[in-house]
Design a protein. Structure first.
Ligand SMILES: Nc1ncnc2c1ncn2[C@@H]1O[C@H](COP(=O)(O)OP(=O)(O)OP(=O)(O)O)[C@@H](O)[C@H]1O
Length: 258
């Protein structure tokens, strides 16, 4: 059964100087669901996500979290709400091990020294809770991991910090078939644990494999936000490329008024 949204944006506008990138955007994400955010290059996906993450301040519009209107004026505000973004270029440090990466900037201390045992235990528990069994040792440097394993560590890091909303920016873009499947499984598991997951992707197979809802941006406007079970591949492609889908009777009239 579908619950109300945990995060909801209404009427979001965002410009960079004279260029308006987001126009009156509505977007909502629900706990226990994967919402795919799709759109062509330059449609505004990254900008929208950066507004959610507090990296770009919004010009106008409402940001609601758990039904309350909130002001997110920096990444710290978003993190405090429980919103984490996992970027494509993964902010992992190659020269640190998995535990060090997962606790980077939020290290646990016991007195003046780092509490390595507790950190390792928490990291192990988080990975086990996500059924991640592919990493051999938590003390191996991240540089020795495969692309899929690195994604896994980055995602697990977001889970470790009790995030409620996890936004994944093209998590499978650089991965092969088997690793993509692993990461998608993990994405699904996050939602099954009750998190709200936003998946930015260009890959329709990935989108349909794991998403409950699909939000399509077209030239900075939200063309449609629909249940994945109610649309076909080609309808979503149409939304991405023209902002409309005639057959669906949805879309907000973008490009229609000529
Ligand atoms: N900091 C900025 N200053 C000026 N313009 C920007 C800035 N960031 C993004 N833009 C513009 O906003 C538009 C949307 O870009 P954005 O990166 O959000 O799109 P996207 O959907 O994430 O694209 P892609 O799939 O290529 O990553 C583009 O036209 C881009 O040039």
């Amino acid at each position: 059964m579908s619950q109300g949204p945990i995060l909801e944006l209404r009427g979001i506008n965002k410009s960079f100087g004279p260029v308006q990138v987001l126009h009156d955007v509505a977007f909502s994400v629900h706990p226990g669901e994967v919402t795919a955010l799709v759109g062509d290059n330059g449609a505004g996906k990254s900008t929208l996500v950066k507004c959610i993450g507090g990296i770009h301040p919004i010009d106008s519009g409402e940001y609601l979290f758990e039904g309350e209107r909130v002001h997110v004026s920096g990444p710290r505000d978003a993190a405090e709400l429980g919103v984490e973004i996992v970027y494509q270029d993964l902010a992992l440090c190659d020269n640190l091990d998995i535990v060090q990466n997962m606790f980077l900037g939020r290290e646990r201390k016991s007195g003046l020294v780092l509490d390595e045992d507790t950190m390792e235990e928490m990291a192990a528990k988080t990975l086990a809770g996500l059924s991640v069994r592919t990493v051999k040792s938590l003390r191996q440097h991240v540089s020795s991991l495969s692309g899929g394993q690195r994604q896994t560590v980055a995602i697990a890091k977001a889970v470790l910090w009790n995030s409620k909303v996890v936004i994944l920016d093209e998590p499978t873009a650089a991965l092969g078939v088997a690793q993509t499947a692993q990461v998608l499984e993990l994405v699904r598991r996050l939602a099954d644990r009750g998190l709200a997951v936003v998946l930015i992707s260009h890959n329709m197979n990935d989108v349909f494999a794991v998403s409950d809802r699909i939000a399509a941006l077209y030239l900075g406007r939200m063309a449609a936000q629909v249940k994945a079970s109610e649309v076909t591949h080609s309808q979503v492609v149409e939304l991405i490329t023209s902002g409309r889908s005639g057959e669906l009777g949805i879309g907000n009239g973008i490009g229609a008024a000529s």
